[in-house]
Design a protein around this ligand. Structure first.
Ligand SMILES: Cc1cc2nc3c(=O)[nH]c(=O)nc-3n(C[C@H](O)[C@H](O)[C@H](O)COP(=O)(O)OP(=O)(O)OC[C@H]3O[C@@H](n4cnc5c(N)ncnc54)[C@H](O)[C@@H]3O)c2cc1C
Length: 434
């Protein structure tokens, strides 16, 4: 557990009313090291625990879709914490209530999450709070700060993990024997009253731990046995669909890893997923073009002014108005459902690189569209996926091509040949009616 706890300020633990858990990333009541740490402090101080779960309308890309999904998780958290005698305050106000609630707190515990606005927000809180602030890492199986090393390939990270002893698990019932508190606040969600993007509409997929567990069971009871063979076939839907739940912390990587046996799946979950956390935790420039390996930057820059057969603007990409029906279908799925099938997500990115005026424009377009529409966007793996398109975690490939240089190339023609997309095309060929 020591590898997972980081104290963010020099302020003391004070004699006040409760321990405050400021829940910003692991939005769940189980399998959560941060909650476990807060509960252990509450027990040792003999104080109740108050969980504070805000959802900011001020952060970039805040929209009806993400608010609805997170709110469904809040409704469930309110019920779960009340049943355990733990205080719970959900908050949809633009400015948040951290300072007000921390005024009565002995100590504050929060989630150590390595990207988007969260690290900056917590640095600022550390300056403002007059009580101790601990950030705890419950992102994955490997504690992000157990090494300073940044892994530049999945193979080197995999080898590193294989040599490590198994890390500890979060305990099953962290809230046992915490002094009780009778406080539960859950504001009504009125999307139209919030200053967020109302064009990005809610989707059918529901948020929350119970839904996450249902999606996990669906995977285990049918898709898992087909995963190795069919995961790259858009028509067959063999992947888990867990990434939105992992992203919003509605389920833990530990719970998923304990339930699934497929080695191919576990490699995605333990190696590829946590590779992105490793990068973001140690590289502040994780979202900058300059963070690419020198070979990738060089080859892209050498080819930056190559003539392109097609060049689209961000708006044309966003509306799914390219000449390529398969690309448009993937974009339509993103806009309509908030997800893209992984195989087509790779093609989606490669074509944005090919059809943008420059690699830097392509990067801006991918970040904007992925983070605006994808339920699992704004995540360390958003940046590993997007930067993979530009060569991160990859090697040089021949032959040297226009625009790409030695960056790995993908084409829609090969995709039609290699995999099955007929049903996918029928489903998402209807235009971006968001
Ligand atoms: C351009 C591009 C953008 C991407 N943006 C995101 C993003 O915003 N958020 C995100 O979580 N993933 C992103 N990915 C990675 C990958 O597409 C998704 O993690 C995966 O499609 C999620 O679907 P699933 O949960 O059904 O995955 P499954 O195949 O069921 O895998 C299980 C879990 O393993 C992890 N995983 C699987 N594939 C990858 C991968 N290639 N890299 C890292 N982790 C992986 C995810 O946590 C996933 O939920 C992106 C990939 C590309 C090429």
């Amino acid at each position: 557990m020591n590898d997972r706890v980081k104290t963010l300020n020099d302020a003391p633990v004070r004699e006040r009313s409760y321990v405050l858990y400021w829940m910003v990333a692991y939005r769940r009541a189980t399998s959560n090291f941060a909650l476990q740490h807060a509960a252990a402090l509450a027990r040792s101080l003999r104080k109740p625990l108050l969980v504070y779960e805000p959802l900011s309308s001020e952060c970039r890309w805040a929209c009806d879709r993400f608010h609805q999904f997170v709110y469904e998780g809040m409704q469930e958290n309110a019920r779960r914490f009340a049943a355990k005698g733990v205080g719970y305050v959900a908050d949809l106000s633009p400015k948040g209530r951290l300072l007000e609630l921390a005024g009565d707190a002995c100590v504050v515990v929060t989630d150590d999450w390595p990207c988007f606005f969260i690290p900056r927000m917590q640095e600022r809180a550390a300056e403002l709070l007059d009580v101790k602030l601990d950030a705890v890492d419950s992102n994955g199986l490997f504690p992000m700060r157990a090494t300073e090393r940044v892994f530049l390939t999945a193979a080197s990270f995999r080898r590193f993990l294989q040599k490590r002893e198994a890390d500890t698990h979060p305990v099953a019932n962290p809230l046992r024997n915490v002094p009780p508190m009778d406080r539960c606040e859950l504001p009504e969600l009125d999307l139209s009253s919030l200053p967020i993007d109302h064009q990005v509409k809610p989707v059918d997929l529901k948020g929350g731990t119970r839904e996450a567990e249902r999606v996990l069971k669906r995977f285990m009871s049918g898709r898992e046995s087909r995963y190795a063979e069919d995961r790259n076939v858009p028509d067959l839907e063999a992947t888990s669909g867990l990434s939105p739940y992992l992203h919003f912390g509605h389920i833990s990587a530990h719970q998923v890893a304990d339930s699934v046996e497929s080695p191919e799946f576990l490699d995605q979950l333990k190696v590829w997923r946590e590779l992105g956390y490793n990068f973001c935790a140690h590289r502040e420039d994780y979202d900058q073009f300059e963070s690419l390996a020198p070979w990738a930057r060089l080859t892209l820059e050498e080819r930056a002014s190559d003539p392109r057969e097609h060049v689209y603007t961000l708006e044309e990409f966003e509306r799914g108005e390219t000449h390529d029906p398969l690309w448009n279908a993937a974009q339509n799925q993103l806009v309509q459902e908030g997800i893209i099938h992984n195989y087509l997500r790779m093609l989606w990115g490669k074509k944005i690189l090919e059809w943008s005026a420059s690699p830097r424009d392509a990067l801006t377009t991918m970040i904007e569209l992925n983070n605006k529409y994808a339920l699992d966007g704004r995540d360390p793996n958003s940046y590993s996926g997007i930067f993979w398109i530009l060569g991160r975690y990859d090697r040089a490939w021949g032959p040297r091509r226009p625009v790409f240089g030695t960056i790995r190339y993908m084409s829609s023609k090969n995709t039609y040949r290699k995999t099955r997309v007929r049903r996918y095309l029928e489903r998402f060929d209807s235009g971006c009616s968001n």
